[in-house]
Design a binder for this molecule. Sequence first.
Ligand SMILES: Cc1cc2nc3c(=O)[nH]c(=O)nc-3n(C[C@H](O)[C@H](O)[C@H](O)COP(=O)(O)OP(=O)(O)OC[C@H]3O[C@@H](n4cnc5c(N)ncnc54)[C@H](O)[C@@H]3O)c2cc1C
Length: 378
Amino acid sequence: MSGDSDLHEFQAEVRHWLTSHHTSAPRDYGAICPPDLIDQGVEWQRKIRDAGFAGIHWPTEWGGRGLSVEHNGIWLLECARAGVPPVLNMVGLVLTGGAVLRYGTPEQQAQHLRATLDADHVWCQLFSEPGAGSDLGSLATRAELDGDRFIVNGQKVWCSGGRYSNWGILMARTRPIGGDDGAKKHDGISFFLCPMDLPGIEIRPLKQMTGEAEFDEVFFTDVELPAEHLLGPLHGGWGVGMAVLTSERGHIGTAVISLERRLDQMMRLSAGTDLTPTERQQLMQLVATGNAYKAMAQRQGPVASTAASLMKLGITQMTFDAAMLRGDLGGAMGQLDGAGASGMLAAPGGRIAGGTSQVQRNIIGERLLGLPREPRPT
Ligand SMILES: Cc1cc2nc3c(=O)[nH]c(=O)nc-3n(C[C@H](O)[C@H](O)[C@H](O)COP(=O)(O)OP(=O)(O)OC[C@H]3O[C@@H](n4cnc5c(N)ncnc54)[C@H](O)[C@@H]3O)c2cc1C
């Protein structure tokens, strides 16, 4: 546990550095760097590393700083205040880093950890499939062990940043469901660290309704994946994947800061526009909702999983409603082009990424309210 004075000193160091460097950061793009900002993102990650703020709570032997998670929390908080991304992308620096630290062999740790901090290894997440999103356990991409390699066949989808990543974290089925040994669907999945340049991997950009193409479909055809890239136990990848997804909790302060920023943006919607009483009412309703979430975030302390579901559900809905209101205020022309129009087109994605709104409601119903579990068809 770190002393307060130590944390204050660290906070002063971070603030000092960000004051003189925030102008060289890319815009705060959130968890994943969009393809058009990747060069800037890599450059920013290397600046962060040079300044000693990459892998703050990772062991020093892997290039980290060996400090506590509280120190890392300060970094996240100050980056949110400065409006800069705290890492190149969450998939590499948070999910993969956490997984390799926890489950990696010494060889895997030596191969990936420092290279990830250095942005030499840039990661994407190869989990979702056309038939497996909310129900990830139904994934059907196969990885069959054949001597010292796995032969991988299947299709992944919604892979953010797939085309600029040189490594991916991949979940694939290594034992068929209900095979001879009667494996349940979650039991036969394994977790891999997959080079993206293996022969047989084909990456196709997916165009979104915003006109951008931030995602890719990734096809695997007889890809020979060396067995040394299995992370954690064979057939035990579900446990690795779930531990990875829940290992890094959001830092409470960052939720409050990003909410404050959104509330400011919302208040600015009224500037220079004559709002009708109905529009004013809608705007104030959103601002009041945002303030309620802010109060909840401040009261909660470190975000536990069910509270995280409440926040995710509420904030993504509020952001969606704010984007629609902004589009409405832009009038007919504003809905065809410009920031208001692209905001409307981008807003639905937030309610889907990282667990859809319906899935969050299920979690809240079952775990927070104690309602009966939804029927699980076999
Ligand atoms: C911005 C963004 C970035 C993403 N990045 C990645 C990435 O990098 N890598 C990756 O692997 N994936 C990524 N995804 C995919 C994301 O994880 C999935 O879209 C998400 O899990 C939902 O899965 P799905 O799209 O297959 O929808 P489905 O699961 O097919 O759901 C379809 C509809 O049915 C509803 N539904 C499903 N199950 C239930 C239920 N039990 N009860 C009630 N309603 C239900 C859903 O809420 C939804 O409305 C990303 C998605 C977005 C939007």
